[in-house]
Design a protein around this ligand. Structure first.
Ligand SMILES: [Zn+2]
Length: 457
């Protein structure tokens, strides 16, 4: 069994449940497991000995869309593509993703998937939960090839073509997700447990306003039978809240899910920005998790404050939502937006944000072997180089990580004991070639007349 040892000037640790930082310790990895955390230099086949490194449990990015959001990148900032400052999810992202999947070859879809995984890894993530259109199954192939820990969440819809009217309301007839569920089951049969368990599936009904009661109940039953988590979009905006209230006797999106039995510890609910305080109390009582993605909402002028969810006692994880896959940058945004919206400098402190993407994220997907650096834990690590001039002088590594660091400081990314990023560069392939191929495939979608029209303003 191969062994590796990494020296950390700082190593994130938990003693009796309290997060702390060890100074000048080695982390010894044997095969896919952490064997020891020790102050003395161990024997190992491979030694990484360099001062200034902060060794963290592998950071977990539990909400991302590598495909659909790349379509929007640098097209939709500054309000472009938006009607009356409304969300672009139903007007731009979903329809263009659907068309894009139709026109691209499997090789082109694979190129986009590879670019997404490359960005996730360089952004510091060892684990991603990725909801996506089932028409790009190449996400699984790219994750398997590139080594990231991947919780694929192929969408299930009650309608195959969710679109919103000018009022932002989603309308569809029927409540039939049978075809999507059949695809989900076939992907589960093919991929769940693949790559020594690195590849898993999550059940992923798309959102409360695109999935009817019968479908949601069936999704929950299948997920619980198979023992996989459930992830969905919840309370993404006022239009969704109005839609659910009109359809289901005044319920909020959170109450709708609770009514159907989905509001439970196995639910990971993305966004929840239009949730009421009572909704958040309900989510906390049920043990559900909020997936907070502050930057995509900041982009359109909406605060999605980590502190609001955490202060209600809801387990809160952080994801990049496919926009800017720099997870450290997203944590900085979570900090800053929380401080602005609460008017308090002590909102969303660094240790809480670090727990959100490590220990709490691992708990949300019921993986106690992840999110911690301890003997016996799975060897997923994110190592940040704090010796960078931008981070000096440094007194507190956790505050430095949140307030000053970003993706440029990611040094090593390790999954299952394998080094995927070394010295900040992808270790298993040519970054430039992956970037060129992915961008060229996205350009084919941008060249579609409907894309030009959508982005025209
Ligand atoms: Zn999302």
């Amino acid at each position: 069994m191969s062994t590796k040892a990494i020296f950390g000037s700082y190593v994130l640790s938990h003693a009796e449940g309290v997060q702390s930082v060890l100074r000048d310790h080695w982390v010894l990895i044997e095969g896919t497991r952490i064997a020891a955390v020790t102050p003395s230099r161990p024997q190992a086949d491979e030694i990484h000995d360099q001062p200034g490194r902060f060794i963290l449990p592998g950071l977990m990015n539990l909400h991302n869309h590598a495909f659909s959001e790349q379509l929007a990148r640098t097209h939709t900032e500054d309000g472009n593509g938006r009607k009356a400052n409304k969300s672009i999810v139903y007007t731009v992202l979903l329809p263009l993703s659907r068309r894009g999947i139709e026109i691209l070859s499997p090789a082109e879809r694979m190129a986009i998937a590879r670019l997404g995984v490359l960005q996730l890894l360089k952004g510091g993530a060892t684990t991603v939960m990725e909801p996506f259109r089932a028409g790009i199954p190449e996400m699984f192939d790219a994750a398997a090839e590139m080594g990231i820990r991947f919780h694929g969440a192929p969408y299930v819809f009650s309608t195959s073509n969710a679109q919103a009217g000018a009022d932002g309301i989603v309308r569809y007839a029927g409540d039939d997700g049978a075809a999507d569920l059949a695809i989900w089951k076939s992907l589960h049969a093919k991929w769940h447990g693949h790559s020594a368990g690195r590849i898993q599936l999550a059940m992923s009904p798309h959102a409360t306003d695109t999935c009817g009661p019968d479908l949601l109940r069936e999704c929950a039953a299948i997920a619980r039978d198979l023992g996989v988590p459930i992830t969905t979009h919840v309370a993404q905006g006022p239009e969704e809240v109005a839609t659910i209230a009109a359809r289901y006797a005044g319920r909020t999106p959170a109450e709708y899910l609770d009514w159907l039995g989905l509001m439970a510890p196995d639910l990971l609910a993305a966004h929840c920005i239009a949730s009421t305080d009572a909704d958040l109390r309900l989510m906390a009582a049920r043990g559900a998790t909020v997936l907070n993605c502050p930057r995509v909402f900041a982009r359109s002028g909406n605060p999605a404050a980590f502190a609001r969810f955490a202060d209600h006692g809801v387990r809160t994880a952080i994801g990049t939502d496919g926009y800017n896959l720099d997870l450290l940058g997203e944590m900085n945004a979570a900090s800053m937006i929380s401080k602005i919206t609460t008017g308090r400098a002590d909102a969303a402190p660094a240790p809480d944000l670090i727990d959100a993407v490590t220990r709490n994220a691992a708990a949300a997907i019921a993986r106690p072997d992840l999110g911690t650096i301890a003997p016996g834990a799975t060897a997923d690590l994110t190592v940040v180089n704090l010796s960078d001039p931008m981070l000096q002088p440094l007194y507190d590594p956790r505050r430095g990580l949140i307030a000053l660091a970003n993706r440029a400081n990611i040094d090593i990314v390790m999954v299952d004991g394998a080094i995927l990023v070394a010295n900040g560069r992808y270790a298993r392939g040519d970054e430039a070639a992956i970037s060129r191929a992915g961008a060229a495939a996205i350009q084919r979608i941008w060249d579609l007349p409907e894309a030009r029209a959508a982005f025209a303003g």
